[in-house]
Design a protein around this ligand. Structure first.
Ligand code: PMP
Length: 361
């Protein structure tokens, strides 16, 4: 049976767009495209997780307010009480909730994480933008000028920024909060690899929200995002949140991680930081490749003389998936983004890239 496109009743703007590309890749592909950790948790965690899962009641709804999880996340990761936390099925869901709950234009500093724009459009928000500086740093003057011009309700910053890997500075966030009267969100998805956080500014600026995720530190499969915000903001977002947005399996697994396995995650993060610096060095040695310094678990690399989409395709043909971002924004012309893998994976990537750029079949 064939069906017609559902025109006439599905929103026109939805019909006109396409879904966020999540590629299904053949087994054995080296995935360096999604900023996952290359390390799984130790076997001891999987064993303990199995024991935990054996004891849960699947016939009952989970704790809708995830109170035990908030308590332990607040204590072990953020130094905040549970009333400052809002949790989501990944930080993407928190962004969606925040965009649904706010009104007026949304100000982005582009190029940045593409989901901001996608979610903003899905939730019927107008997007206004400021452009990063030529060297891909946040241009605070341009951002504040755009804020004065467009009167957004919310400014969304990514620090470190995806895909540039650059941190925003404390002085910059402080200045934005002083000169702009709406909500300010700092998305710190890559915080573990950077170490800089805007959290300490929250006391002075209660409109400042900090977004974190467990996805980049080895737990992408759990889908757990964390917003640290003033309890009054959390209370409003709770009205928009679906009642049981965090399933029980995620809640129990994350509690177990916080109780017993945080040192494992932290040591994996330290390894990834070392691997990032090693990869930066080996890529810098390849003629025509210029990797930018990064505070995240990925590198933005500029390729001279070859079309990045051709290079990305050649890598994919050899079983290595990275992200071609060269057409995402004019400032990213010539750029590819690669996630940090294990030492062996990084060596394979660098060696294959060098061969492709040399024109060796
Ligand atoms: N923020 C940024 C800046 C990201 O790059 C990503 C994932 N690529 C997310 C949020 C979403 O992460 P999550 O898995 O928590 O939904």
């Amino acid at each position: 049976m064939t069906t017609d496109a559902p025109t006439g009743w599905i929103r026109q703007d939805i019909l006109a767009t396409s879904a966020y590309p999540v590629e299904k890749v053949p087994g054995g592909t080296l995935r360096l495209d999604a900023m996952e950790s290359p390390f799984d948790l130790p076997e001891a965690f999987h064993r303990r997780l199995g024991e935990e899962m054996a004891g849960i009641s699947l016939n009952r709804y989970p704790d809708g307010s995830a109170s035990e999880l908030k308590e332990i996340l607040g204590k072990s990761l953020l130094g905040l009480s549970p009333d400052h936390l809002f949790l989501g099925n990944g930080s993407d869901e928190i962004l969606q909730t925040l965009f649904l709950a706010t009104t007026g234009p949304l100000l982005l500093a582009e190029p940045t994480f593409s989901m901001y724009r996608i979610l903003a459009e899905m939730t019927g928000r107008t997007v206004v933008t400021a452009t990063l500086s030529e060297d891909l740093d946040l241009d605070v003057e341009a951002l504040l000028a755009a804020a004065r011009k467009h009167h957004p309700s919310l400014i969304v910053l990514s620090s470190p920024n995806n895909p540039t890997g650059r941190d925003v500075s404390e002085e910059t966030v402080d200045r934005i909060c002083r000169e702009f009267s709406g909500g300010v969100l700092v998305d710190e998805a890559y915080f573990p690899f950077s170490g800089w956080t805007a959290l300490s500014l929250q006391r002075a600026h209660p409109r400042l929200m900090v977004l974190r995720t467990l996805s980049k530190m080895g737990l992408a499969a759990l889908r757990l995002g964390i917003l640290a915000a003033d309890p009054k903001i959390v209370a409003e977002l709770d009205k928009v949140r679906l009642p049981y947005n965090l399933n029980l399996l995620t809640q129990r697994a994350a509690i177990l991680v916080c109780r017993e396995f945080l040192p494992d995650l932290e040591s994996q993060v330290r390894s990834i930081i070392h691997l990032r610096e090693d990869l930066l060095r080996s890529l810098s040695a390849i003629p025509g490749v210029c990797p930018l310094p990064s505070s995240a678990n990925f590198l933005l690399i500029r390729i001279g003389g070859k079309d990045p989409s051709v290079v990305a395709r050649a890598l994919a043909d050899r079983g290595i998936l990275i992200r071609d971002v060269s057409r995402h924004h004019p400032l990213l012309a010539g750029c590819l983004r690669v996630t940090i893998g294990t030492a062996t994976e990084n060596e394979r990537f660098a060696a294959t890239l060098a061969l492709i750029l040399k024109g060796t079949p």
